[in-house]
Ligand binder design. Sequence first.
Ligand SMILES: Nc1ncnc2c1ncn2[C@@H]1O[C@H](COP(=O)(O)OP(=O)(O)OP(=O)(O)O)[C@@H](O)[C@H]1O
Ligand SMILES: [Mg+2]
Length: 237
Amino acid sequence: MIISTGSPIAVSAQSLIKTVTARSGSLTILSGLDLKIKSGESVAIIGTSGSGKSTLLGILAGLDQPTQGEVALAGNRIDHLDEDARARVRADHTGFVFQSFHLLPNLTALENVMLPLELAGKESPQTHARTLLERVGLSQRLTHYPRQLSGGEQQRVAIARAFAGQPDILFADEPTGNLDEKTGESIINLLFEVNRENKTTLVLVTHDLQLARRCQRVLKLTQGRLEEEVEHSGAAK
Ligand SMILES: Nc1ncnc2c1ncn2[C@@H]1O[C@H](COP(=O)(O)OP(=O)(O)OP(=O)(O)O)[C@@H](O)[C@H]1O
Ligand SMILES: [Mg+2]
């Protein structure tokens, strides 16, 4: 098992390059990107559609590999690790909320949230999963399958699942993209509550500037690199 070193830097990337092969030839999505996120910080990543935000988040969370460059999570280098080793670092440190939910279609809401708890060998996975689903307002939907849930409900199950392993770093890709304003707000409040209470590092991709401004830092992805938004006035608590 890879042990957390308790690094004060939760996420770091250095000289990150991501190139993919498209029909039209080679496409550079990230071009020498640097990033450091401290433990417990909340950071928003903004940028136009297609600027590479989801690609970056996937690489930072160890779901995807960079073409070149270094990535470390909680002090553990992950860029050179194979999928199995990255999966262990992910299980030990991260939760991920996807732009498109990624729930397992043949498992109920409750089972989807229980799965990471069972895989991690946690005690009373069902009780824990039930509590998490209650917290996102879904106590009446425990035995529904994803196809029987609305988009917003699926996103809430995905968020409960991401919280399940009590990750020290939570990545969320447009977590409110599919929610109405009121539901979105309660989900966001929940993300920030967990960030404060558990000192969870929060890395959020969003189009919503108002949401971005609730984070301590706002970074803009342009031309494959990140720029700090200097006019950002700090977190509105
Ligand atoms: N595997 C791939 N092969 C070819 N092109 C890709 C691949 N993955 C991503 N791209 C392209 O790279 C660019 C960045 O994609 P990405 O999904 O990271 O953007 P994004 O900033 O998250 O956009 P959005 O805000 O619309 O979600 C896009 O133009 C996309 O078409
Ligand atoms: Mg995206």
